[in-house]
Design a protein around this ligand. Structure first.
Ligand SMILES: [Cu+2]
Length: 230
């Protein structure tokens, strides 16, 4: 007699536990979607709205703080006897003057790839030659940066620049320069910065909390059910 009503309650509680579990799955799904990067869709997890909504926080990640304050500074790149530009990838703010210093004994050149600079940017090369072909042909009479000397150029136009050393291009003495107002964040990755990570942590924490609750419910339910049945 009593046991029948207890069974009804148990069934109801079981349904509730299932609902909670489904909610957890929803949150976990939302977190997974965020992990993919594109994840604005939080799909099925409607019941657990609080956790899922954290996905909206992606916009705040765009922090472009003008740390270098519009350029005007100087950045130095070494040219070494190892026949490399060091570093061979550099990011600077517009208006920055880049100084290439020959820190070794072997002569080098700094020569832009004509078709690897922004359309509006002027060609640049040590020796100030007119174009890439002229720079190639007149080296080393013109354009050589001997040991201890340097060449500098100021970059105002944003974009990607590829350049090389005429005598050592064949052994890989090539490099690139990026001129941008944006602060260099990570490894040039497509900016999925700290905020989505925080959202992920929140979603996961919610999921874990809900999981704990549903497990507790389940154990109470099971234990209680058996006890009443006996
Ligand atoms: Cu060189």
């Amino acid at each position: 007699m009593g046991s029948e009503s207890e069974t009804a309650v148990s069934r109801r509680e079981f349904l509730r536990a299932s609902a909670i579990t489904a909610g957890v799955a929803g949150v976990a799904g939302g977190a997974a979607a965020q992990d993919d990067g594109g994840g604005t869709e939080t799909g099925g997890g409607t019941e657990t709205g609080g956790g899922a909504e954290t996905g909206g926080g992606t916009e705040t990640g765009g922090g472009t703080e003008a740390g270098d304050g519009g350029g005007g500074g100087t950045v130095t790149i070494d040219m070494t006897d190892e026949l490399v530009f060091d570093p061979d990838e550099t990011t600077v703010a517009p208006g920055t003057t880049v100084v290439w210093e020959n820190v070794g004994q072997v002569g080098h050149s700094v020569t832009a790839y004509e078709d690897e600079i922004p359309g509006e940017a002027e060609f640049f090369s040590s020796g100030d030659l007119e174009n890439e072909q002229a720079a190639r042909q007149s080296y080393p009479q013109q354009g050589d940066v001997a040991g201890g000397e340097s060449y500098e150029h100021t970059f105002d136009v944003e974009g990607e620049y590829g350049y090389f050393c005429v005598p050592h291009e064949a052994v890989g003495m090539v490099a690139s320069l990026t001129v941008t107002t944006e602060q260099q964040g990570g490894d040039g990755g497509p900016s999925v910065p700290t905020v989505p990570d925080a959202a992920m942590v929140i979603a996961l924490a919610s999921a874990i909390a809900l999981l704990s609750v549903s497990f507790l419910s389940y154990f109470f339910l099971k234990y209680g059910g058996d006890y009443e049945a006996e």
